[in-house]
Design a protein around this ligand. Structure first.
Ligand code: UFG
Length: 336
């Protein structure tokens, strides 16, 4: 399991996972065409680790190019991060999401089969639960109605993996459902690189605090929650990255075939306003904000039941929302 292809390894979660894989003795190989990332991520990875990352600048929908990578590298496992992930963009341009997110996984699974690579960890999302109506959510909750084309692509990818495992007695698949990944590496050498106007809370908040945006709009304060704003499970990206290492190690010890699902969250929900106030307290800066109307498609409350990932993977989060918001601010300052 040592040589691992990390698709999307120059992205936000992929780059942090590259660091943890290397530290755990794996040999991570990045496959990323840098369409949503920058060279500086690779420089950051080298500074953090003292190792120059190996990268193949390849689009995962390009079967021939991917085939050449597998032939050259001969990996034993794959972590598939590469995907588009902006919910609102997926509503405007659904075909981009259907093509890239579903097409890349289908292509990757074919190439894996050709090269007899039998281990895959897949980046999924709590979006597959839809508006579950109650939290914490456990992995066995039936999938809800997808709130966006993006969410639907994650559901389809999960199905694709289940169907492929059912047809291949040798395949090991782990589906990791992320809640709200936030923060940055404590070195401030890698972090999230929002392209254009961020749609997620934390990058918008750091940009508002830095004066790059006029103000944050808090989408609704009339929900049935303790302060009226939505509740989410914000998980530090470094904790999240470490779970991928444990998932690979765990999978190696299990008999195939299997397709196992794990929630990755803290198990604790925070409101949007709590996140804003924690950010202000931790960093000693004001976040200019106004209360606005609800955002369409937002689920009022979503946080994880993490019993399974704790018991089975032996994974536990160590970092807090305060840690994440300090690291996010340090990263924002490093970005300039
Ligand atoms: N929010 C604001 N103002 C903003 C941005 C966000 O108030 O400018 C609020 C949202 O309304 C929500 C919370 O902050 O209550 C978190 O919003 P994000 O956009 O950061 O994250 P979401 O919970 O909407 O989205 C996350 C993942 C998606 C995934 C979705 C599933 O980013 O990939 O969970 O619920 F699809």
């Amino acid at each position: 399991m040592k040589k691992t292809i990390v698709t999307g390894g120059a992205g936000f979660i992929g780059s942090h996972t590259w660091v943890e894989l290397l530290a755990a003795g794996f040999e991570p190989i990045i496959v990323d065409d840098l369409r949503n990332s920058e060279e500086r991520v690779l420089e950051g990875l080298e500074k953090i680790s003292g190792h120059k990352p190996v990268i193949h600048r390849v689009d995962c929908c390009d079967a021939e190019a991917l085939d050449r990578v597998f032939a050259a590298e001969r990996p034993s496992s794959v972590i598939h991060f590469a995907a588009d992930k902006a919910v609102n963009e997926s509503v405007r341009d659904p075909l981009k999401y259907y093509h890239n997110n579903i097409g890349s996984l289908a292509t990757l699974l074919r190439v894996m089969d050709t090269h007899q690579v039998k281990n895959i960890v897949f980046s999924s999302s709590c979006t597959v639960y839809g508006n579950s109506g109650h939290s914490p959510v456990t992995e066995d909750l039936p999938p809800g109605e997808a709130a966006s084309p993006y969410g639907y692509t994650k559901m389809v990818c999960e199905h694709m993996l289940r169907d492929t495992v059912a047809s291949d007695a040798g395949l090991r698949a782990v589906l990791l459902r992320y809640f709200n990944p936030v923060g940055a590496h404590p070195s401030a050498l890698i972090g999230e690189l929002p392209i254009g106007v961020p749609s997620n809370l934390v990058p918008y908040m750091t940009q508002a605090a830095a004066g790059l945006r006029d103000r944050l709009t808090v989408f609704g304060d009339d929900y049935d929650t303790r302060d009226g704003s939505c509740i989410r499970d914000y998980i530090h990206v470094v904790d999240l990255a470490k779970a991928h290492v444990l998932a690979l190690q765990w999978a190696a010890k299990q008999h195939p075939p299997f397709c196992e699902v794990f929630n990755l969250g803290t198990g604790k929900g925070n409101t949007v306003l709590e996140a804003v106030h924690t950010f202000e307290q931790e960093n000693g800066v004001k976040v200019p904000f106004v209360i606005g109307p609800r955002r369409e498609g937002d689920v009022p409350v979503m946080f994880a039941d993490t019993t399974k990932s704790r018991k089975v993977l032996g994974w536990q989060t160590k970092l807090t929302l305060a840690d994440a918001l300090r690291d996010a601010w340090r990263w924002q300052q490093a970005l300039g």
